[in-house]
Write a protein that binds this ligand. Structure first.
Ligand SMILES: Cc1ncc(COP(=O)(O)O)c(C=O)c1O
Ligand SMILES: [Zn+2]
Length: 444
């Protein structure tokens, strides 16, 4: 916001008749953003690191996460403040990394607060009493990745980053390209060369530099780390990963608020790197810590993979926290990470919460997409098919019990991966413009 606008808004608020009687629990529009982070911290050894474009601990090479000023947050955050906030993920701004008090650093294309929809027809099909769908097909670029990009780029701006980049299985590239265009920064997206057309066009249209690498995602990611080290660009999921990852917490915050500040009994979410799944769990823990939900966290977290790229599910089946990398071969390209950065942490979450990580074949993924579309009117990309098909499997295997209040995270839009289902939708009828032709086609 420009200084003029900010001043004007302050005057307007000061002139408002109810200014002096305003509920102090509600966000004050004249209040500057509160910087709520103290630095970065190693997830393994706890070593403190300064805020910046660093992603590994200088001491043990472990991954870094955000260290928050939890006392300041506790003194500020409340249900009322959140409920009075914007209709986007920024309503949870107190619980997401804020590196600068200058609102101009916030990147906002209107991401978040996606619908949490009851799904009675799918629930009936599965034999579940209560099923909800977190419909993240509705974000600005059609996937939950808009959440992580919003947070990563807000941090990037506060850190003075001038060139944006990412290594992506497709959806992240779309989102970084769109947000980079909207804030006017040069943007480079690195993707595997053979991605779905919708994912490639959906990045190039924004004017991003699309670098299609001849290799699998894991090759793309290795190259991205090298580029990050040599060029100093802000790679949202490499050297900005600590900030990026926090964005996924907003899914958990929203689920809780949309259920009336209660947690579900069971969540099913798709896993690629495993980050989003672990952050939904982290969100629930934070809500409990700050007294925003009633009672303890008892949500079982289950994870969904495609068999053709299932390193986390495979480790879960072995009863191990040790992920063995795989070479991916599945239509679920958005989840095709053979060497998942957060696999170990995801397995810990599954074990601690009493959930499971499972996988399904590509035929079941297609069936999952069709089932979701036909029962609830949501067209999901392949990751959604993976989630729904694993939901079917987890109910069938008795892992999810019929009485559990269950939420499935539908993380991406089906228009991006038309190829996956083009031969499995229909039939369609092409007819001459006459009633006879219609009746003939419908066989009446
Ligand atoms: C649509 C969709 N859902 C889920 C995921 C999994 O995300 P994560 O890497 O956080 O596990 C991805 C990752 O690319 C994705 O594109
Ligand atoms: Zn460390």
């Amino acid at each position: 916001m420009s200084l003029d606008l900010a001043t004007e808004r302050r005057h307007r608020v000061a002139a408002a008749p109810d200014h002096h009687t305003r509920d102090p629990a509600l966000p004050d529009p004249t209040e500057p953003l509160a910087v709520n982070v103290t630095g970065l911290r190693c997830r393994e050894c706890g070593e403190a690191e300064e805020l910046g474009l660093n992603h590994v601990c200088g001491f043990c090479f472990g991954p870094l996460e955000i260290a928050y000023d939890t006392t300041a947050i506790a003194g500020r955050v409340s249900r009322a403040r959140i409920e009075a906030g914007p209709r986007s993920l920024w309503r949870y701004g107190d619980l997401l990394p804020t590196l600068s008090a200058d609102p101009a650093h916030r990147v906002d294309l209107g991401t978040g607060l996606s619908p949490l929809r009851p799904a009675p027809r799918l629930a009936g099909h599965l034999g579940l009493d209560e099923l909800w769908l977190k419909d993240d097909t509705r974000n600005p670029t059609g996937s939950f990745k808009d959440r992580v990009v919003t947070i990563a780029l807000s941090a990037a701006r506060a850190l003075g980053v001038t060139t944006l980049a990412c290594a992506s299985t497709g959806n992240l590239a779309n989102s970084v390209a769109a947000h980079g265009a909207a804030i006017g920064l040069p943007t480079y997206v690195f993707i595997p060369h053979d991605l779905e057309r919708g994912k490639v066009v959906g990045s190039a249209i924004y004017g991003a530099n699309v670098i299609a690498v001849e290799g699998a995602y894991d090759d793309v990611n290795r190259l991205a780390s090298e580029v990050a080290d040599t060029h100093g660009w802000g790679f949202v999921n490499v050297n900005l990963r600590a900030y990026y990852a926090e964005g996924s917490k907003s899914i958990g915050f929203e689920i809780a608020e949309q259920l009336g500040w209660q947690l579900p009994d069971h969540v099913v979410a798709p896993l690629a790197s495993g980050s989003m799944y672990t952050k939904i769990d982290k969100a629930f823990t934070e809500l409990a810590h700050y007294g925003l939900i009633d009672g303890e966290v008892a949500t079982r977290m289950s994870g969904a993979q495609a068999t053709g790229c299932s390193p986390i599910s495979e480790a879960f089946g072995r009863g191990s926290l040790d992920v063995w990398p795989q070479r991916a071969d599945t239509i679920a390209r958005s989840l095709a990470i053979g060497n998942p950065a957060d696999g170990y942490y995801a397995l810990q979450v599954a074990e601690r919460t009493g959930g499971a990580v499972s996988d399904v074949g590509d035929d079941e993924v297609v069936e999952g997409i069709r089932l979701l579309a036909r029962t609830e009117g949501i067209f999901a990309e392949t990751a959604g098919g993976v989630t729904v098909a694993n939901l079917v499997k987890l109910v069938r295997d008795g892992v999810i019990e019929p009485g559990e209040r269950t939420v499935a995270v539908i993380s991406g839009n089906g228009y991006k991966t038309i190829e996956a289902v083009a031969d499995h939708a229909g039939p369609t009828h092409t007819i001459a413009p006459s009633l006879e032709a219609l009746h003939a086609a419908l066989d009446r």
